[in-house]
Write a protein that binds this ligand. Sequence first.
Ligand code: TRP
Length: 381
Amino acid sequence: MQEKDRSEDEFTVTPWEVEGDIDYEKLIEKFGTESVDEELLDRIEDVVGETHFMLRRGIFYSHRDLDRILDEYEDGNRFALYTGRGPSGHTHVGHLMPWIFAKWMQDKFDVELYFQLTDDEKFLFNFDSTLEETHSYALENAKDIIALGFDPEKTHIFIDTDFIHELYPLALKVGKRLNFSNVKAVFGFDNSTNVGSIFYTAIQSAPCFLPSELEDEDIPVLIPCGIDQDPHFRLTRDIAETIGYLKPALLHNKLAPSLDGSGKMSASRPKTTIFTTDEGEDVDRKINEAFTGGRVSAEEQRKKGGDPDICAIQNYRYFIFEEDDEKVSDLAERCKEGDILCGECKQILKENLKEFLSKHQKRRKEAEEKLDQFLMSGYED
Ligand code: TRP
């Protein structure tokens, strides 16, 4: 693949590659999105009666047309949520972050959620993956989604290769309008890119129009997603109206950082990623090795304090594990004061993680029996 304008920026963000120290404000400019400002935050709070810590902390920080979705909602028109996951492996804890938020949105707005599992995407883009593997991970990931407690009446999960008969007519409409030079420029494809990958954006676009198609009326769609997915939907938005549908709206989150203190948590770096299937001893080992903002010796840290801003342990707390703002800032303060050392902080997180995982794993097991309630067509035992 081509070098993707790395020249000025020290970072790269595409749906398939996230590298370097991401400047999220710069991404807003580069992608041409809007920031979620105070006014919009207040408005959401007014409409649903409360806010979510991921909004308040600026984790969901950028959007396209979220104000339009709120207008519609206030006018009594329903909208639908759409999000997805590329099943390249087991789910890691960082993946749960946007899903937990999507559940909050579903509960607060009382709307349908469509959840795409792209076994095709991961097959096409990861050279070594087989379709059997990506399909089986899709089922594994579906259990994690269900384990979060989504409402089966309103939550529709689908695996692309099982549901393609519904997606294909929509993907074709999109595919006919996207031209190669645009797709190439947006994703940095070149002549060696396989043709399945070139078509793929059409498949990820299709669910934007699925609610309207299934309900036979115009239903606006809001997509909570990582900012790395924006390039697909920018293309979708450009052509939506030409094929007779509403443009999808977007609400973007920052990517959960990994335990080694860089980039995003990635399933391809298993040592620095906590999976929902990990055992207690995995948690201990991974957290022990995590990157922190600590000093070289305990003595020096007591004297000079640590740096919570670059600390992976603190980030875990900030992004998912601690809803209470005060607790997050208290620990950060104590760290800066040299009042608490990394070992102690790690210990707290290990306990939180293990408690969370043991509950999650139990619900995940129960979810095995519920797959049929959530998966749209094509899943037989
Ligand atoms: N491409 C996404 C991934 O690799 C999966 C995905 C499909 C998605 N549809 C989506 C993500 C809609 C967010 C919103 O994870």
